[in-house]
Design a protein around this ligand. Structure first.
Ligand code: COA
Length: 252
């Protein structure tokens, strides 16, 4: 794959595949010095694994769009800790998320984008937080959901809310009850955000996906004025992508 995504590309990496990828892409060669230092500070094995998965996925995925080796990408942090490409003459935007078992990375050309992924089911204590984190409308939609579907519905709203605030670059610093999503399920998911206004809200495109049986994932992408009504979404598995590249190289 070369060139920039026409809309949004979602790259996925299962945590179970991380060790296999490391065999062909050793960590010491892949990470920048500040990433190596951060990696060394991480104590919890699952946190270390996700950190490694996120570096592998983002670096290899970005290299699909530019003639830059995975180890050569350099990043800086935005005001609320968001990693951004620096330098970025390719005008690529990306965002990362990890949950138990899965790492995800969304990539666009110059369009603000955010991604969030959660593993099912929602923790019971998280469900109780809906009272504090959701808008009055969202709380109403959740209460009207049959009890057996409520945990999944909670996660759907959660990943949408987090993908949106991550696309804005502010994450959880933005009160989650200060904006609201449409009643789910919906063919076209919309946000209503009094801080942004109607025209601005209409520029956002949201995708809600089930990945396998265990994960719920949402993407938020801000359309540009000249964009089609609906941007295309491509899903790429990093292991398959690297396998296909290897096969293509072998065939030469
Ligand atoms: C961004 C945030 C919502 C992530 O929450 P989470 O559920 O723990 O983690 P997720 O798996 O969804 O996403 C993690 C990734 O989001 C990205 N990220 C970090 N800050 C971000 C931000 N402000 N906006 C968008 N993305 C951000 C990072 O790539 C991170 O992965 P990495 O640390 O491996 O690079 C949360 O950390 C947050 O609100 N941060 C902003 C405020 C803050 O605490 N800043 C501290 C530094 S100034």
């Amino acid at each position: 794959m070369t060139g920039a995504p026409a809309g949004a590309d979602l790259w996925l990496l299962e945590e179970a595949a991380i060790d296999r990828l490391l065999a062909s892409s050793p960590l010491d060669e892949l990470l920048a010095p500040e990433e190596r230092a951060r990696h060394a500070r991480l104590r919890h094995p699952s946190v270390r694994l996700r950190f490694v998965g996120a570096r592998l996925l983002s670096r290899h995925a970005l290299s699909a769009y530019a003639d830059v080796p995975p180890s050569a990408w350099r990043f800086r942090l935005g005001p609320f800790g968001r990693p951004l490409l620096d330098p970025n003459p390719w005008n690529l935007a990306f965002n990362l998320a990890h949950a138990d078992g899965l790492v995800a990375c969304v990539i666009t050309r110059g369009r603000a984008c955010g991604v969030d992924v959660e593993r099912k089911p929602a923790r019971p204590e998280a469900l109780r937080l809906a009272g504090r984190w959701f808008s009055a409308d969202e709380r109403g939609y959740l209460e009207a959901t049959p009890p057996e579907a409520r945990s999944d519905r909670f996660l759907e709203y959660w990943v949408l809310k987090e993908a949106y605030t991550k696309a804005l670059g502010v994450g959880l610093t933005r009160p989650f009850n200060s904006f609201a999503f449409s009643c789910l399920p919906a063919d076209t998911i919309a946000v209503s955000d009094s801080g942004a206004g109607e025209a601005e809200c209409a520029r956002w495109q949201f995708e809600l996906l089930r990945i396998g049986t265990e994960h719920v994932l949402a993407i938020a992408v801000r359309r540009m004025p000249a964009d089609e009504r609906r941007l295309p979404l491509r899903i790429v598995d990093l292991v398959e992508h690297r396998g296909a590249r290897g096969a293509a190289a072998g065939a030469l």
